[in-house]
Design a protein around this ligand. Structure first.
Ligand SMILES: [Zn+2]
Length: 246
């Protein structure tokens, strides 16, 4: 079975020592919608730099046989499932992304299903924070800021990494129901939102983290490595050589 670790993103094949599942049935008589059981599943990450464990719990349909023995049969239906750890679908983000942005993102992921409107409010604030921090744009409303950023990209004045595709992706959220309708108002205004709309915003944040902050960091690392090689070569040229044939 293929599995992507929710902590580090590493895709791996799960094998027995890293996978464990236990289940049991509650022995309760006479409940109209029962009997029920619990199934717990734990998967350990085989990436040595991660080694985290995902744990989830399911409430499942159980059975009572003619001898009065309760069991969870193979292939029984899942009634509800809860991931214990990690507690949300938030992907781990590097430490060079501003903490306030990562906190808004993490919290939006945690509450997406419980409160999509609170998740969308946090996600909008996170997107606005990114536009302000990364692109240095500050306007009265998120709508104004997106418009200003779009103009910067069109005039080729936006910071490196801000592509027309990423700005168009931000711009597309204007077309999403209530989110778009309220972009000209206060960012902290809480608006009715569907879970899918909140999820679109969360995925947009993930794309922007990747295309703006992570890509900028990789570029800086690449140039730093090139500069180091150049400095080493320059230093070598200055060294006296004993094997000189001249
Ligand atoms: Zn992992």
């Amino acid at each position: 079975m293929k599995w992507a670790c929710p902590f580090c993103g590493h895709i791996q094949t799960i094998t027995h020592p890293k996978y464990s599942q236990k289940e049991f049935a509650f022995e309760i008589e006479g409940v109209p919608n029962g009997p029920f059981g619990l199934r717990g599943t734990a998967i350990g990450c085989s990436n040595p730099e991660c080694s985290h464990m995902q744990i989830d719990v399911e409430v499942v349909e159980a059975r009572r046989n003619t001898h009065g023995i309760y069991s969870v049969p193979y292939g029984c239906a899942t009634i509800t499932r809860l991931c214990i750890t990690p507690e949300s679908s938030a992907r781990p983000q590097p430490s060079y992304i501003p903490l306030a942005l990562v906190e808004d993102y993490n919290e939006a992921c945690r509450i997406r299903d419980l409160s999509p409107k609170a998740a969308a409010t946090l996600a909008r604030r996170c997107i606005q924070g990114m536009i302000r921090d990364f692109a240095g744009v500050k306007g009265r409303t998120l709508y104004d800021e997106i418009t200003a950023l779009k103009m910067m990209v069109e005039k080729d004045e936006a910071p490196r990494g801000v592509s027309i595709e990423s700005v168009e992706a931000i711009d597309h959220i204007r077309s999403i129901g209530n989110i778009g309708a309220h972009m000209e108002k206060d960012i902290d205004l809480i608006i009715p939102v569907e879970p899918e709309e909140a999820q679109v915003l969360i995925e947009l944040i993930e794309s922007l983290f990747e295309e703006w902050y992570i890509e900028r960091y990789r570029r800086q690392q690449r140039f730093a490595a090139i500069n180091n090689i150049a400095s080493e070569k320059a230093a070598l040229k200055l060294l006296p050589t004993s094997q000189s044939r001249e």
